[in-house]
Design a protein. Structure first.
Length: 228
């Protein structure tokens, strides 16, 4: 195989290497999920208003991450009603993303509720380095793209690129990518990919609510990636 491309024959002078992908589908019947979950999440979130997790940089973000009473969580609590519904809906999207047999384990699942211009800092979801998450997912349960900010993704090797390369000024290099998001979208991306949420206007009557989860891929095709 000839590994050298003769760019002079094609008129192509630049090739992108090692792209990072994210996956997106739209949840079927998201309006039903909104009717089922939004009021319950908003009510639950009021009790968690000052419960910002350690290490998070944000202002007043209402999140269930590590803050709900054990056994009383909306998801993964004693009542598995909502969990069963989401497993079915999210499973339909994951089946589209994976192109071979797969087996996964969900590390964690939580909601974030934005009503007063909250933001969240640049971060990743790798977690425990000895048992890192493979992929992370975000479901945009309640989202108005005209007023709410989408998720922003960051080039994972931005510091290395800008510190050692001269090419980017001439190729309109951008280190931040704002995903094109619609209400009901469910996205999956590598857990190492840093992301953030920029402040949105105050929207108490139309909260920006996302449900996030981290996945470990145990098996994919003929490969066993994690053994318990």
């Amino acid at each position: 195989m000839d590994l050298i491309t003769d760019f002079s024959q094609t008129g192509k002078y630049r090739t992108q290497l090692f792209p990072v992908s994210y996956y997106k589908c739209n949840i079927r019947d998201n309006s039903m999920l909104k009717e089922l979950l939004v009021d319950k999440i908003v009510e639950n979130a009021k009790e968690l208003k000052n419960n910002i997790p350690n290490g998070w940089i944000t202002n007043k973000l209402m999140t269930s991450f590590g803050g709900e009473k054990p056994g009383k969580e909306i998801f993964f609590g004693e009542d598995r009603y909502f969990q069963a519904i989401l497993e079915k809906k999210y499973g339909e999207c994951l089946d589209k993303f994976f192109d071979d047999f797969y087996e996964i384990a969900v590390d964690d699942i939580w909601y974030n509720c934005y009503t007063e211009g909250e933001y969240q800092e640049q971060h990743d979801h790798v977690g425990n380095i000895f048992a890192p998450s493979t992929f992370s997912c975000i479901h945009f349960l309640s989202f108005n793209k005209e007023i709410h900010k989408p998720v922003a993704f960051y080039d994972p090797i931005e510091d290395l690129r800008t510190g050692t390369s001269l090419e980017f000024g001439s190729h309109k290099y951008e280190s931040v990518y704002f995903a094109d998001i619609n209400e009901g979208d469910f996205i999956m991306f590598p857990s190492y990919l840093k992301h953030s949420v920029y402040p949105s206007p105050h929207t108490p009557d139309y909260p920006r609510i996302t449900i996030a989860l981290n996945l470990q891929v145990i098996k994919y095709g003929n490969h066993t990636l994690i053994q318990y």
